[in-house]
Write a protein that binds this ligand. Structure first.
Ligand code: 4AD
Ligand code: MG
Length: 465
């Protein structure tokens, strides 16, 4: 916005137009000084660093000076000068200052530094004003932008899939209901069950767990599409890696087999890591210093290494022979837990890993079946610290095989007839995957808990803000 009457802190810190009159607006991070002069650090969220405002106390109203405390919002006009202080290139010699809103030092929760992450979660309405959350939110934005850029540059179309749905894509069964029926007195059918034909949509509806099934419809007409939207899971998993509301990126590609799918996932993730290093370096450096000393090295490590590609059976074999004691014992057929995934990545292969060909019983109905009758062409991408960051597969494109699986799993055909239709008319081999956006942000920021990489986390018993 070149036309506003004030500049962003980010631009001023990069400016060398000494002697020029500039204005800035933002929130006071700290104020120190003495009777003659005040040093006010102002931040407007445009960059991790503050700009220092130097105000000669005698030039300003006494009440104004008193009200300028940590957390207050102010506007400053003054002269941009080279800073004599080390660690900052420029500062502003204040000519005029105005107060937008005070922040009572007695009650402002961010008066002091160094709050715990747990405390900050309780003040999620104010935590974006901390350095940490400013950095995380800027990186989150940059990653969202990079995702759209990557797909746009590679001929994918952004497809908006519905949030309210009548189908359970993953068969996980942990969905939130969407209804306008009176909860205490719903209309009942003769058999005593709720009569959803009288509900808003005339049928039972839920919040979607994935946009994939609809994305497939897009891929089978536009060839390459992706979704990027909120998804919902009502599983009661209180872990540092699960949210009840999270964002998922789901590319879906016609004529891609599982190998093409893996190539895309690897290139895409590497692009995102490079984008972060090129565009978010200040924020990454801050997070590395404060929380995770290997952060930048780990991002480079993903870029520089070919991902290991192996299959589930092989991985289970390695885990069984490892001699490790895991909380969840390993045998062929189990769903791998984060502890297994992390061990494989961090201790065994020491590289990101893509596992394929999982047992069909632990994967969704739509995955392409292998000739062995036991496994499906699934692929999970496993990262250090995170475990599963991507889940995907080649899709079953043969109508008869898909229909048989739908029947075996007792999925009512009336719920998926439209999905089956795509295999009836012009079916093609195709593949896709889902990247958990917050899992990606966890990895890129080095934060430890998924609640700290989304502005307003939704987890069991938590929907305050
Ligand atoms: O492995 P999932 O369940 O796969 C799907 O939903 C497929 N329909 C994707 C596709 O093929 N289009 O979820 C995909 C990813 C996981 O790898 C994980 O990163 C993330 O979504 N994820 C979660 N992230 C945060 N909280 C949760 N509760 C998550 N569940 C899955
Ligand atoms: Mg998965």
């Amino acid at each position: 916005m070149e036309h506003t009457q004030w500049s962003k802190v980010k631009d001023l810190l990069h400016s060398r137009e000494f002697g020029k009159e500039v204005s800035v607006r933002g929130w006071v991070r700290t104020k120190r000084g003495n009777k003659q002069v005040a040093f006010i650090a102002v931040n407007d969220g445009s960059i991790i660093h503050n700009i220092q405002v130097v105000a000669e106390t005698g030039n300003f109203d006494e009440n104004l000076m008193k009200s300028i405390t940590t957390g207050a919002s102010i506007g400053v006009t003054g002269i941009l000068v080279e800073s004599p202080a080390s660690g900052q290139p420029v500062e502003i010699q204040a000519r005029q200052m105005e107060l937008y809103g005070p922040a009572d030092p007695e009650t402002y929760p961010l008066q002091k530094k160094g709050h715990s992450m747990e405390f900050l979660r309780e003040i999620a309405h104010l935590r974006p004003r901390t350095n940490t959350f400013g950095a995380v939110l800027r990186i989150r934005h940059a990653m969202a932008f990079a995702i759209h850029k990557y797909f746009n540059d590679h001929g994918f179309y952004y497809l908006h899939t519905p949030i309210i749905t009548g189908s359970d894509a993953e068969g996980a069964g942990a969905m939130f209901r969407v209804s306008t029926l009176e909860m205490s007195n719903p209309p009942l059918k003769e058999d005593g069950k709720i009569d959803y034909s009288q509900d808003f949509f005339g049928k039972e509806t839920k919040l979607t767990v994935s946009g994939q099934l609809e994305a497939e419809l897009g891929a089978l007409s536009l060839s390459r599409v992706y979704t990027f939207g909120p998804t919902f899971r009502a599983e009661n998993s209180n872990t540092p890696r699960h949210l009840a509301e999270f964002w998922m990126i789901e590319p879906e590609m016609a004529f891609f087999d599982i190998n093409d799918n893996m190539d895309l996932a690897e290139e895409f993730l590497k692009f995102l890591m490079s984008y972060a290093l090129e565009n978010c370096y200040d924020d990454l450096e801050f997070l590395q210093k404060m929380y995770d000393h290997e952060l930048i090295e780990r991002l480079k490590f993903v870029i520089d290494n070919d991902f290991v590609r192996t299959n589930y059976t092989e991985a289970v074999d390695i885990l069984v022979k490892s001699g490790q004691t895991f909380e969840f014992p390993v045998s062929w057929g189990i769903d791998l837990q984060a502890e297994h995934e992390k061990w494989l990545v961090e201790k065994y292969y020491k590289k990101p890993v893509i596992l394929t060909d999982y047992p069909k019983e632990i994967k969704a109905f739509y995955m392409k079946q292998n000739p062995d009758g036991k496994t499906v062409r699934a692929m999970d991408v496993l990262f250090p610290k995170i475990g599963e960051v991507i889940g995907g597969s080649q899709r079953e494109e043969v109508l008869e095989i898909l229909q048989k699986r739908v029947q075996e799993l007792r999925i009512p055909e009336k719920d998926v007839w439209w999905y089956l239709d795509t295999r009836r008319f012009g079916t093609v081999p195709h593949s896709g995957f889902g990247l958990g956006f917050e899992r990606l942000i966890l990895f890129v920021t080095g934060m430890a808990n998924i609640r700290d990489v989304i502005p307003f986390p939704r987890t069991p018993k938590n929907a305050e803000f």
